[in-house]
Design a protein. Structure first.
Length: 396
């Protein structure tokens, strides 16, 4: 048995022995649905358990709290966590966006200050990019950050702030020079949320769950060393952040970011669902659609490996990483819509209905899937990125 095979067996055994017990309440599917204190405490404790076992941040440098091991070890852990369907780790923005960004371009002081707390879940992070009136026009950011001596004074509002109620820090894009062109007048901050003048208000989702907040800044004064990079570099740093968020760049700490239903779960339901008195999977149309989803799912899985082989992607080397978010988020939305179609009239039932198939989790997953098609740039924005940066199409 190779060293990696031995390690995989070790991880499987650890997950089996340390899988947390059913907490007795509904767990969220991702960090975007964490809406109660008991959900948050349960998931934070789980992240700490995983990290203390050495299975989180395995490829991050040891001097900042990581494992200092090759990325392949973290890849194995991630795959085994998905196979075992254990809970996700909640500090998604810290582990997958803010942390990799700080490691890539942060100062030594920022790395030593922030990275250990990200891994241990002592410091939860949120993101302050979207604004209520700007839609997908991120460059039209209107939140202001005015320099005043050794501080910046922030005024404005951000929306869809996932985990905003629990976050200790925020990655914030704000306008420091309104007289500059809109891409040049932006700056990037790492700000403490427990600052006078910062307020978060929970937003109830269509599913009835919370997780998102709107964040208000009213003369919020933060230290000048919260600035990342230099004034005016905010757009460049924000675009780098989005490459981590969209999966176009590596360096994430690992761990599951959601408790996702999979195409195999849909296949199993298709065997149980009935159509004209027979298993739905015996219907030729259902079988055809199911095969299409299986092929698409396997193709997405192989894309990561394919992107590492120059001979397979030399013609358009950026096609796979830049299309990752669009492919995967739209695949999930269509997959869960198909799963509901197999349920007939039962598709109208919701979580809590005793007659809902699988407790109504398919309906919940379908509605929650839309958040992934919006966050990090809408599917329409992703299609534009592919058209312009991969296919070379004009902006107009």
């Amino acid at each position: 048995m190779s060293e990696l095979d031995t390690f995989r067996a070790e991880v499987r055994a650890w997950l089996e022995a340390n899988r947390p017990a059913d907490p007795g309440f509904l767990l969220p599917e991702s960090f975007m649905e964490v809406g109660t204190d008991e959900q948050f405490a349960f998931l934070r404790d789980w992240q700490r358990t995983v990290y203390q076992a050495g299975y989180l941040g395995m490829a991050w440098p040891k001097e900042y709290g990581g494992g200092g091991r090759p990325q392949v070890y973290q890849d194995i852990v991630n795959a085994e966590m998905a196979r075992a369907k254990v809970p996700f780790v909640p500090n998604t923005i810290g582990l997958n966006w803010a942390g990799p960004l700080i490691l890539a371009i942060g100062t030594e002081a920022q790395k030593r200050r922030f990275i250990p707390g990200i891994l241990s879940a002592d410091d939860i992070w949120c993101q302050g990019f979207s604004e209520p009136d700007q839609g997908s026009d991120l460059a039209n950011c209107q939140t202001r950050a005015r320099r005043d001596g050794d501080s910046y004074v922030i005024d404005g509002s951000k929306i869809w702030t996932s985990l905003g109620s629990y976050a200790k820090y925020m990655i914030l894009l704000a306008r420091t020079n309104p007289d500059q062109p809109r891409y040049d007048g932006l700056s990037y901050f790492l700000i403490p949320m427990q600052t006078p003048g910062i307020e978060t208000r929970p937003i109830r989702k269509l599913t009835g769950e919370y997780g998102f907040t709107q964040t208000f800044f009213r003369e919020a004064r933060v230290p000048a060393d919260c600035l990342m990079g230099r004034e005016g570099e905010g757009w460049k740093i924000a675009m780098l952040t989005l490459t981590f968020e969209r999966g176009a760049s590596g360096g994430q700490a690992g761990g599951l970011s959601r408790m996702a239903l999979t195409v195999q779960d849909v296949l199993e339901m298709a065997r149980r669902a009935r159509r004209d008195g027979r298993p739905a999977l015996e219907d030729p149309f259902v079988r055809d659609q199911m095969v299409r989803f299986l092929i698409e799912d396997q193709g997405d899985r192989l894309c990561t490996a394919r992107a590492r082989i120059p001979a397979l992607c030399s013609e358009r080397p950026h096609a796979i990483p830049l299309s990752n978010k669009l492919r995967t988020s739209e695949h999930r939305r269509r997959l869960f819509q198909f799963a509901q179609s197999l349920q007939g009239a039962d598709a109208l039932r919701w979580v809590g209905d005793d007659r809902a198939i699988d407790g109504g989790k398919w309906q919940r997953s379908y509605l929650n899937a839309f958040s992934s098609t919006i966050g990090g740039g809408t599917s329409q924005i992703q299609a534009n990125i592919i058209g312009e940066r991969v296919l070379g199409l004009p902006k107009d």
